[in-house]
Design a protein around this ligand. Structure first.
Ligand code: FHN
Length: 501
């Protein structure tokens, strides 16, 4: 009976997450509501904040996510038995069920804290690696769905303070990354699998309401504790906010958001924190963004810039297909290469998004060798092509099949991932554009490139074209950037007689 109930709850969560309506926001352009309704619990902060903190967010470009906690000890297996297929992801291993799950697994898991003692943990080493990778912000897991706190919270005994390690890990991460000039965002899971006061469903009975109110106070206390203990942080990255219980507490969450912002002026909170009184998450029932940026682009990104509606956003990405926490065994699964991640980075940048690569350190505090290599290779490329990655924005030039545009004033960058076999990079330019490519260079190699108008004269074509000629001698093993200086067109695109069909 207990397993059916658990299976029922797990199913309920997955349906909630996977129902087609719930994903409509992330699978196409925003759908404007047919009619506007009166909303009391809508956005608190203005859309498109213009304060320095939000400007900094917009220019991060690249970030690092770190999922670390007790789940790093088993690393998605136990006594050589893999939890693949038994748990949704490595950091979900506590919910390991089915025939492969060890006997009394939840109890084994809930006692792992007694052996959490990461000998190799060195926040300064992590921060240096992130800095060298080119990350400008880090999102660090203070507490995931298992409820284990990586800071010595006063409001729970299930924390680092009760482990052999004892020391405050969140403090070390905040101090080390801040010292490297990398802004820190604290990840915080609202849902807690093993908290007796937590429930997924809407509290109905007086007893349930009393219990869940106690849980809400506990959540408020921990969040105020985090913004008070670590004043250097720039934002909170909320997760585990999809359950009906939390959605039913919209009055509490509205007041809590206000309180956190008053306690920490300039705080950045994404759209995943709370919902309006009608249960609308991320965007309220009138389509207005809740929070400061779109926080739903997890392992996915907009199909086109138009989907974003000018909002700020970040995309968080795993290196393996899924699984944010440490996995001992990466065999038998595809893991993204540095080239894959650079492609995703520049696709994000071309649509004004920040791209965040997730790292899952092991139980001793070491990153995987593959993560070390990806960090080093990504950093080497980003350093050589920084102008195309940072402090620039989406360009209105038509999307290119060769790669991705980013633009800063009259400087246009094309990051080429698909080199044309004939070495002619053809840039489409709408005929009504006041600025066209006037000169071009290879950003890394610095060689001047010839730019030739190529007015194809295609009928009813809104674009004219400019060809940039790549020297055949130019060799590249990774994506390369063409930097173009834009200027007024030397001669107007020819006005040809339309074909008479
Ligand atoms: O369930 C979590 C998951 O473990 C992971 O933390 C990701 C990271 O964004 N968020 C949730 C799944 O959407």
């Amino acid at each position: 009976m207990k397993n059916i109930k658990k299976a029922g709850f797990f199913l309920f969560v997955m349906i909630g997450i996977l129902s087609p309506f719930a994903n409509a926001q992330w699978t196409g352009p925003k759908r404007k509501p047919d009619s506007l309704r009166a909303i009391q619990y809508g956005p608190i902060t203005p859309a498109h904040r213009t304060d320095p903190q939000m400007k900094a967010f917009r220019n991060y470009g690249l970030g690092q996510f770190i999922h670390w906690g007790l789940y790093a000890i088993p690393g998605n297996e136990w006594n050589g038995v893999s939890a693949r297929g038994g748990a949704a992801a490595s950091e979900w291993i506590r919910s390991w069920g089915g025939p492969t799950a060890p006997k009394d697994w939840k109890n084994i898991y809930d006692n792992l804290y007694k052996q959490f003692n990461p000998k190799d943990f060195d926040a300064k080493r992590w921060a240096k690696q992130a800095k060298d990778m080119g990350a400008r912000y880090v999102i660090f897991t203070t507490k995931h769905h298992d409820g284990f706190a990586l800071w010595p919270t006063k409001y729970s005994d299930y924390s680092i303070a009760k482990t052999p390690y004892k020391k405050d890990i969140v403090k070390q991460v905040v101090d080390a990354y801040t010292a490297e000039g990398i802004d820190v965002y604290l990840y915080f899971s609202v849902l807690e699998w093993n908290n007796p006061d937590y429930m997924g469903g809407t509290p109905k009975t007086e007893e349930e309401k009393k219990r869940f109110n106690r849980f809400l106070q506990y959540t408020r206390n921990q969040l105020l504790e985090l913004v008070t203990n670590y004043p250097q942080i720039k934002g909170l990255w909320f997760d585990g906010t999809w359950d009906a219980s939390w959605k039913s507490a919209y009055d509490f969450t509205y007041k809590l958001e206000k309180e956190l912002r008053e306690k920490h002026p300039g705080l950045i909170i994404g759209s995943r924190f709370r919902n309006d009184e009608f249960g609308a998450r991320h965007f309220d029932s009138n389509g207005r963004l809740l929070g400061d940026y779109e926080q739903g682009w997890e392992r996915k990104m907009p199909g086109s810039y138009e989907w974003i509606d000018g909002n700020d956003w970040d995309c968080v990405m795993t290196i393996p297909p899924n699984g944010w926490g440490y996995m001992k065994d990466w065999s038998g699964i595809y893991t993204k290469t540095t080239d894959d991640l650079l492609d995703l980075l520049m696709r994000c940048r071309s649509m004004n998004g920040n791209f965040v690569i997730n790292f899952g350190p092991d139980g001793q505090g070491n990153m995987r060798p593959e993560e070390d290599r990806i960090a080093a290779e990504t950093g080497a490329w980003v350093r050589r092509n920084a102008a195309a990655v940072y402090e620039n924005r989406h360009s209105d030039f038509p999307v290119s099949n060769y790669g991705y545009f980013t633009q800063k004033d009259s400087t246009l960058y094309l990051t080429v991932f698909n080199r044309p076999v004939n070495n002619i990079v053809r840039i489409a330019v709408p005929k009504n554009f006041k600025q066209v490519p006037a000169s071009a260079v290879l950003l890394e190699a610095g060689g001047k490139l010839e730019v030739k108008p190529a007015d194809m004269g295609l009928d009813l074509d809104k674009n004219t074209y400019f060809d940039i000629l790549l020297p055949a001698s130019f060799q590249a093993t990774r994506a390369f950037v063409i930097r173009m200086q834009l200027g007024a067109p030397v001669k107007k695109a020819s006005k040809l007689m339309d074909a008479k069909m």
